[in-house]
Design a protein around this ligand. Sequence first.
Ligand code: PRX
Length: 632
Amino acid sequence: MLFDHELAWINEKIYNEIYKNSISNTADFWEYHIQSISWHKTPYDIFDHKTKSWLSGGVANVCYNCVDRHAEQTPNKPAIVWHGDEKGVRREISYKELQRKIVEISSLLLSKGIKKGDVVGIHMPMTPDAVASMLACARIGAIHLVVFAGFSANSLAYRLEMSNAKVLITSAETRRGGKPIKIKENCQEAIAIMTNKPELIVIDEVNLFNNLKLNEHLELCTDKDDLFVLYTSGSSGKPKGIIHSSLQYILYAATTFKFVFNIDPHDIYFCTSDIGWITGHSYITYAPLFHGLTIVMFEGTPIYPTADRYWEIIERERVSVFYTAPTALRSLQTFDENFVKKHDLSSLKVLGSVGEPINKKAWEWYFNVVGNRHCPIVDTWWQTETGGIVLAPLLDINNQKPCIAGKPFFGIKTDIVNTDSKRVTQPMEEGRLIIENNWPGMCRSVLYECEYSQKSTSKNQTCKNIFLNQYFEDNKFITGDGALYDEDFDIKIIGRLDDVINISGHRLSTIEIEEAIYKVNTVKDCAVVAIDHKIKGQTPFAFVVKNLVDECEDELKKSIIESIRKYIGPIAKPDYIVFVEDLPKTRSGKIVRQLLREIVMNREYDITTISSVHNKEILLSIVQTVSDISVN
Ligand code: PRX
């Protein structure tokens, strides 16, 4: 068996061999890889087919695996190199120092009565303190709930309330693009509107840790214990809390990381995501530290004060693996190439892309200009629900294919099915991407609105099951993405097939945006659709029907944008808001969003599904309205 293949480029032949074995002997594959975890008790069973549970009997601590064991072996190695918003502001934190920081925070949490299974909110900028706070929770078995710093107080309050958070950790202030961001005030505003108010901890407050008795307690976690909850958007108006396990999750995140990026312990790794998203969990905090790497964290924006912040940091730190999002590349590509060229990026060995489909122009610029044609690009496809990378191309510099996510990771069986749920067998035929088997990184359950409002355990269970069932059909995991095979049967992702919109790699739901628009009293009806955008990938386009025909449109637009900022955050702001007389609906009263989208995108559309004369008139007037708007 080839499962002991270690740290070397995996070519197609080796991939095929390991892949085949990993599918026929999935438990053996994972049994080999659990060896990378320092166990308190090794699992007695890798996968139980009946209960579909992984790693039964295993006992370990995720924080110990990510920090303590390295603090013992390589105490002075930098764990985190942090760059602030302003150029030249830089700090190094060794594994020993990181461990100390984590123990301080976990001692503080313990002193406040936080125990295993309690939820701790984290609303913080990209600082080492944020990573330390996540790991402090992992250390004592508390479940962290990181809420992206760009979300509004209302969004934060909703997430904290739904998951019953006992404590909320934040920082006094952060800076982005030279401007202060009042993150603490956002937390205070959120707490003010909550019923069950969490206690606020401001991590950089002077004297916070004075007189605190350090408590080195490390909670032993079993295969039943969870690590975190992270909210993401689906097809409903409410975000859902995805819950990940401790041991299974770390196994999957760490193993995918090692193979997909061909990691070796000397790598200097820089991921530009935010800890508020799943990429920031799996591939900033957990997997890289698990492998004892030095990670680079950046608090600022890539274009402040100049458009070379990423490149300057890569040169300064000798970064070898760089992982970013297509939206950042598309934006940086609009600047003079010299911003990249003036820096020595020869340390780079692998480039990664994540979060949204990468277009050819951005891919080529990444390959040619950033990677100087010597770094393979891994276009990694995955989701909050999957815990780690599911599809990635092989790291083969001689066989680079732009915009192809490539092949399933070991042990994962993907498929593409058409509308009749039949397997797609021909290249170029589009279908739904599904996963056919179990893998350790799959989320454990989903926190749902009724979880909080209906306290009884049995009801909670039912709600979770209902929600999880939405992902499964005949035991197959429905990803929500469309895909096709290329001529080599590598997978290309087309994009979401549901109401999820991907704005600059931020996953939101168009229904959520509609709900924020409906909060404006004078809105009678609205529909939000996702349209393509040159830099952001996608942007919301809102159709709005006014209650009062003569209401000032500019004023109403302002109120709509204000409401979206208030209930979600500035990232959800539509680029287009158009006022229409009415919206086209099916006989059962459903707005035909797909049709609206096609009209805006100027694609061919089929109006035969629209039966009534009234709807046809509505459509014609909408076609007329949008034809006056230039959409990029
Ligand atoms: O539509 C896919 C897109 O992002 C969605 C998952 O979003 P989220 O849970 O926030 O996780 C993002 C980070 C993994 C997917 O359903 N997506 C993610 N990666 C890619 C992608 N679309 C195309 N290509 C990718 N590499």
